[in-house]
Design a protein around this ligand. Structure first.
Ligand code: ADP
Ligand code: 5GP
Length: 211
């Protein structure tokens, strides 16, 4: 590699695309929007695969949707300093490992994270400087319907998620916490809004791949 190219690459990393955090209540549509983005911009975005102690849902793949682990294993890895952030949500542990973020950045892709409100607050204390986007449902009633229709939760887990959602919907109004709040009513409209805020980062990422 010539010195000029090496210099350009260093510069591209310095001003390179920022990670993207998607947050918001469970059932608001984060995975739906995220999967669409990953499909439409394959190679531009890379998903930060979190760890969780919850059980896999039908169709979820270990290492792709989550790293499904025991509480003991997760505790061990957190204590060893392997995590950027971790949180307790709805009776289970969730967390972003340093390795998950590094794996995406090593591919020169925009790292996209799906984390809860506690995760957002922890990320704000790091130097990762992500773009913070909150995905919100049009109402708690619609959220409940979506969660029920998804058929992934027991009644107990559903109630816990609805409680957490009410708190999330209130907290997300805090000025300056999120760069953008998207109300996911019509999924196509929500997706357009998401793409619009990310256009600059997408161009940066595509540009750095050409150089
Ligand atoms: P999250 O990842 O935030 O928990 P999901 O993406 O799993 O949420 O969405 C929850 C459920 O709602 C899924 O069954 C999904 O297909 C559905 N859904 C997502 N967005 C919409 C929308 N705009 N209108 C109707 N249903 C939606
Ligand atoms: P679910 O069980 O529905 O997949 O996720 C439940 C909640 O955990 C969601 O709000 C999701 O954003 C959050 N979550 C998933 N991974 C992480 C993570 O690594 N860290 C944190 N803090 N929250 C996470």
């Amino acid at each position: 590699m010539s010195w000029r190219r090496a210099l350009l690459r260093t510069f591209a990393v310095m001003v390179g695309p920022r990670p993207v955090v998607l947050s918001g209540p469970s059932g608001a549509g984060k995975s739906t929007l995220l999967k669409r983005l990953l499909k439409d911009y394959e190679n531009v975005f890379g998903f930060s695969v979190s760890h969780t102690t919850r059980n896999p849902r039908p169709g979820e793949v270990n290492g792709k949707d989550y790293h499904f682990v025991t509480r003991e294993k997760m505790r061990e890895e957190i204590d060893a300093g392997g995590f950027v952030e971790n949180a307790e949500f709805s009776g289970n542990m969730y967390g972003t490992s340093k390795a998950a973020i590094q794996a995406v950045q090593a591919q020169n892709q925009i790292c996209i994270l799906d984390i809860d409100m506690q995760g957002v607050r922890s990320m704000k204390r790091t130097d990762l400087n992500p773009i913070y986007i909150s995905i919100q449902p049009p109402s708690i009633e619609i959220l409940e319907k979506r969660l029920r229709d998804r058929q992934t939760e027991t009644e107990e887990s559903l109630q816990k998620r609805l409680n957490a959602a009410s708190i999330d919907m209130e907290l997300s109004k805090e000025p300056g916490l999120f760069d953008l709040i998207i109300i996911n009513d019509d999924v196509d409209v929500a997706y357009s809004e998401l793409k619009k805020i990310l256009v600059e980062e997408i161009q940066k990422a595509q540009g750095s791949k050409k150089s």
